[in-house]
Write a protein that binds this ligand. Structure first.
Ligand SMILES: [Zn+2]
Length: 185
């Protein structure tokens, strides 16, 4: 729990440093039940550079994601969150090792499960809604990052491209460049 708090503080610090006046997504930690019941909304940008797990999957971490988080509650007393993430990321093509741009337009719905409340059965999955624990200190950044990671293809590849070895017949240095890239991983 202490490690978690430290991580959040660091993230906030980085956010403050990265963006001077832009509408930055904040706060990064919410009381999920309260947020939902009050139908609160957070809107803003999240720099790709602060999403550490996602960064490993990207060719570069330049740019921001536009994020909107909204609380909801239905008449039956269920409550949850709606998350929208838009923007784009640049992945590395697994064949030619060049950049491949992936536009993102994610819409996710979550139901909060409070302590003592039953976890829903498979019916919920058909509803395209995930059940998550109603945490008093929900790490919103982790939630955003999880959704973006889920939206990435298992293997990023251009529809048509050549492996770098083939291109290297004309330019002898290309295979070595490719090797250098592979060695980094
Ligand atoms: Zn490619």
């Amino acid at each position: 729990m202490i490690a978690f708090a430290t991580h959040v503080t660091r993230t906030r610090f980085r956010l403050a440093k990265l963006t001077a006046s832009a509408l930055v997504f904040s706060p990064l930690v919410i009381d999920s039940s309260e947020f939902s019941r009050q139908g609160r909304v957070i809107e803003g940008t999240v720099p790709l550079a602060i999403l550490q797990r996602l960064k490993h999957e990207l060719l570069d971490a330049e740019g921001d994601l536009s994020v909107r988080l909204e609380g909801w509650q239905d008449n039956g007393g269920k409550c949850g969150l709606r998350l929208a993430v838009a923007g784009g990321v640049r992945l590395r093509c697994q064949r030619c090792l060049e950049g491949i741009d992936l536009p993102l337009d994610i819409g996710s719905r979550f139901q909060l499960i409070r302590p003592g409340e039953d976890w829903p059965d498979d019916d919920l999955e058909n509803d395209e809604m995930d059940a998550i624990a109603a945490e008093k200190e929900l790490d919103v950044l982790a939630l955003i990052e999880d959704e973006v990671l889920l939206a990435l293809p298992i293997v990023a590849r251009h529809a048509q491209c050549q492996p770098p070895q083939t291109a290297g017949i004309d330019h002898g240095s290309s295979p070595f460049k490719a090797l250098a890239v592979l060695k980094k991983h």
